[in-house]
Design a protein around this ligand. Structure first.
Ligand SMILES: *[C@@H]1O[C@H](CO)[C@@H](O)[C@H](O)[C@H]1NC(C)=O
Length: 386
């Protein structure tokens, strides 16, 4: 009886095991045979094993080469970037053993700080998933479905500006976005919700300027003011978007942000070409834009500044209102009672507590008063005569 279990188990095993290999020691074997000392390998007998092993090796090798490739792209950007900004900033972060800080196999970061008008500057290099053959296949397939999907190598440069000095120094949202990227970006960025699309004219046929107020669009389209017009005319094919914003990219979920959580940023997203030196004008553009904002060269008039200020106040109020409503809904869900009901219950509890403390005489008076109140409410209201 006791030995029936192992035999059943071994039956189960047998069904899952591959059939036994035959011909391992067959003397009629005619295929290739490798021999080393006492070991003999007959590859023809291990065909599927070898194919499987080869695939695994290819995958590992592919992954290794892909990672190295991506790192080389990122490093070449980082080295060029450092050479260009060296004179502009006090500190360029040099990470140990590498010009970039790797954040996974496809993302790399560089960092700098110490310049007038700017708190910090970092770049984020996004490379294609060259290490992952399946992800690449998926991306290729997906690009056939979503024509706006783009997995080309790109770099975003983000400068965080010093906080506004107040007075004339009012925050704003302005963007210049490649038209093909508009739909996706609009969905992702909360701050762009404050802007309206303006006609770019013949200078910017591929791009849509998005501005909070029209005066901003006019200002940034002025030649020789910020360098934006000139840079895009020269190297527009490399620009995905420019966003200048003092509002969060993602919608705040807990009411308006505190002043110390707010940031003013300039963000550029650029296609990363083979020859990274082509991006030099954009690196310089970032500094020109920082100066234009810091030194208030955009010449916005008092009216415009007032409107920007008003927009911020209104946005803050609407976010606060939305959050209050959200809290209210959550409370209602939790207690199963509306705000009015909760208020009435709380009031009743207070009255009850008072009643508890009353003397008998007071209680009698109180009850009398309550009765009258109820009676008065039950009576139809006398109509006013005119
Ligand atoms: C930047 O590259 C990443 C990684 O390939 C990709 O997911 C993203 O869509 C690219 N962005 C743009 C704007 O091309």
């Amino acid at each position: 009886m006791a030995d029936s279990t192992p035999s059943r188990l071994s039956n189960v095993f047998k069904t899952f095991m591959p059939p036994p290999r035959t011909g391992l020691a067959d003397s009629n074997y005619t295929g290739v045979e490798l021999q080393w000392k006492m070991f003999v390998i007959r590859p023809a007998l291990f065909k599927w094993d070898l194919i499987g092993l080869a695939l695994v090796l290819v995958y590992i090798l592919w992954s290794f080469v892909g990672r190295r490739w991506n790192k080389r792209i990122a490093d070449s950007w980082a080295n060029h970037w450092r050479a260009v900004i060296n004179k502009q900033v006090a500190v360029v972060n040099v990470f140990k053993h590498s010009p970039t800080l790797a954040d996974g196999p496809t993302d790399f970061l560089t960092y700098a700080s110490g310049r007038r008008g700017m708190e910090r500057l970092y770049t984020h290099i996004h490379t294609r998933p060259r290490h992952d053959i399946f992800q690449q296949l998926f991306n290729t397939a997906w690009s056939l479905v979503d024509f706006n999907a783009d997995s080309a190598d790109n770099v975003s440069i983000t400068a965080t500006l010093t906080p506004g000095a107040g007075g004339q120094d009012v925050g704003f949202v302005y963007a210049l976005v490649r038209k093909s990227k508009m739909t996706n970006l609009r969905k992702k960025r909360f701050d762009l919700g404050l802007t309206r699309t303006v006609d770019g004219g013949e200078d910017w046929t591929d791009f849509a300027p998005m501005a909070e107020v029209h005066a901003l669009a006019t200002s940034f389209a002025k030649p020789h003011l910020t360098g934006l017009v000139e840079t895009v005319r020269e190297k527009g094919d490399l620009l995905n978007w420019l966003i200048i914003s003092d509002q969060p990219a993602a919608k705040p979920t807990k009411g308006p942000l505190n002043p110390d959580e707010k940031e003013r940023v300039i963000e550029l997203n650029l296609r990363l070409p083979e020859d990274v030196t082509a991006l030099t004008p954009y690196i310089m553009l970032v500094f020109n834009l920082i100066d234009a904002i810091h030194l208030q060269k955009l010449s916005l008039n008092a009216d415009t500044l007032r409107r920007l200020q008003k927009n911020r106040v209104e946005l803050g109020a609407s976010l606060a209102k939305e959050y209050a409503k959200q809290l209210e809904d959550e409370e209602e869900e939790r207690t199963g009672k509306s705000a009015e009901e909760r208020k009435r219950i709380a009031k009743k509890a207070i009255e009850d507590a008072k009643y508890e403390k009353m003397s008998n005489e007071d209680r009698r008076k109180y009850e009398e008063k309550e009765r009258k109140k109820v009676a008065r409410k039950a009576q139809p209201k006398p109509k006013m005569k005119r």
